[in-house]
Design a protein around this ligand. Structure first.
Ligand code: NAD
Ligand code: MG
Length: 409
């Protein structure tokens, strides 16, 4: 069997390193051709030594000299070609030598590479949910036109993909698939509830970045950790599910399940519920999407039912987690509102991580941006997406520096 050739965008992050962990277990199946990171040279060098990619993308041009210096110590035959700068690095996603692109960049920064991979008809393993929230139908259109295969890596969406009937699973990204299939009642996205599920609302203003990044079940990058703490992660995932599975908001349910053992479920009209269970470890959905429709070992320990103290469920609390309601509002509003929500969230989370705004100022900033951009119409092309994204970012940055943000402390 020919090895599948992998391009890993965001190789030094949490999803990136989990992906390499799985790939290292199957050298006979996969070869790593392209590795892309933003700026961290040391972990990238270790990955280059181990996986011997043919091309490496480093977004931050200021780190080029440091990378070249480290590469000079490698045997000549092991030195990859190096590409720097965002646009040139994003172009690597369309390289002919790639079969599979793993979209594991964080935030809208991943839009360019994810888009290019889909436009080139690749199999795309989507972790970078923000790109799909921002570009929405445009992204699915480009995937359909190019005959790309879009497979969800986000654990909830990967779980739903596994729970759907097989013929349907192959249709991910086709508009309206759940709507057409009336035997499917609802999609149930589970949520851990994050680190503040039991914290009194009165104490939310004092939440620090370190507390917000300490997730009880999953080890993740800092941005998605804060998104989990505000539950905006679940909000983005509701929009992601609506897009991927072509389903209306009223057929998506969010259920808090603190153990994170059930990764999501599908309810059928006859009362059956099919769930996907496992240890909370991203190597499972990554391995699933890499090998689909086959299955390969991921390194994840088998689920030990005897060690489970129980499985618990509760409804999300709208007062403590207003971000979730804002995401449903954005989905209902349609047009460019999910894009506005996502851009405002990215800026507000970055400001929170810098210690410049309080925790509850994050949803306040998003709500304010959604009001300010209420009249923004639909976006017709990728340039328009980037234009609205930029305008919302500038607006939200100003808001975060204003007295309004300080009131939310
Ligand atoms: P992370 O912060 O750990 O890693 C981000 C990666 O993106 C790094 O390799 C970084 O170098 C790279 N990067 C940053 N800016 C870039 C740019 N402009 N161009 C190219 N590369 C850039 O993030 P993460 O936790 O691995 O999350 C990555 C994506 O996967 C996010 O969209 C997140 O929502 C999604 N996701 C993560 C998890 C998880 O368990 N970590 C689970 C589900 C979905
Ligand atoms: Mg998820």
């Amino acid at each position: 069997m020919d090895r599948r050739r992998i391009g890993l965008f965001g190789s030094t992050g949490s999803i990136g390193t989990s992906t390499l962990d799985v790939l290292a277990r199957h050298p006979e199946r996969f070869s790593v051709e392209v590795l892309v990171a933003h700026s961290r040279v040391e972990p990238l060098i270790e990955q280059i030594k181990r996986f011997r990619p043919t091309v490496v993308g480093l977004v931050d041009e200021r780190q080029r000299a440091a990378l070249d210096e480290r590469l000079a110590s490698l045997p000549h035959a092991h030195r990859p070609e190096v590409v720097t700068g965002q646009a040139a690095v994003d172009d690597l996603a369309g390289l002919e030598c790639l079969d599979i692109v793993v979209a594991a960049v964080v935030g809208t920064a991943g839009l360019g590479s994810t888009w290019n991979a889909l436009a080139a008809g690749k199999r795309v393993l989507l972790a970078n949910k923000e790109s799909l929230v921002a570009a929405g139908e445009l992204m699915l259109d480009v995937a359909r036109r190019a005959g790309a295969t879009l497979l969800p890596v986000d654990s909830e969406h990967n779980a739903i993909f596994q729970c759907l009937p097989a013929d349907q699973a192959a249709l991910v990204g086709r508009a309206g698939i759940v709507e057409e299939r009336r035997e499917i009642d609802r999609l149930v996205l589970t949520a851990s509830g994050g680190p503040f599920r039991e914290r009194p609302l009165a104490d939310f203003a004092a939440i620090t970045p370190e507390q917000a990044c300490a997730h009880p079940n999953w080890s993740m990058g800092r941005k998605i950790s804060v998104d989990s703490a505000t539950m905006m992660n679940k909000g983005l995932e509701v929009i992601e599910a609506a897009r991927l599975f072509g389903v209306a908001a009223d057929r998506i349910e969010v259920l808090v399940h603190p153990e994170s053992v059930i990764h999501s479920m599908v309810r059928f009209v006859d009362g059956s519920v099919i769930a996907e269970l496992g240890e909370p470890d991203m190597r499972t959905p990554i391995a699933h999407a890499l090998a689909w429709p086959e299955r390969i070992e991921s390194g994840v320990a088998p689920l030990d039912f005897g060690a489970l103290a129980g499985l618990h469920f509760e409804a999300p609390d709208p007062a403590r987690f207003p971000a979730l309601g804002l995401a449903f509002d954005a989905l209902d509003a349609g047009a460019s509102m999910p894009l506005v929500l996502n851009a405002a969230n990215e800026v507000a989370v970055a400001r929170f991580l810098e210690g410049r705004i309080g925790f509850m100022a994050i949803p306040a900033a998003i709500e304010a941006a959604m009001t300010a951009f209420a009249a923004a119409g639909p976006v017709a092309n990728i340039e328009a997406v980037l234009e609205v994204d930029r305008a919302v970012r500038d607006w939200t940055a100003d808001w975060c520096g204003s007295p309004l943000a300080r009131q939310e402390r």
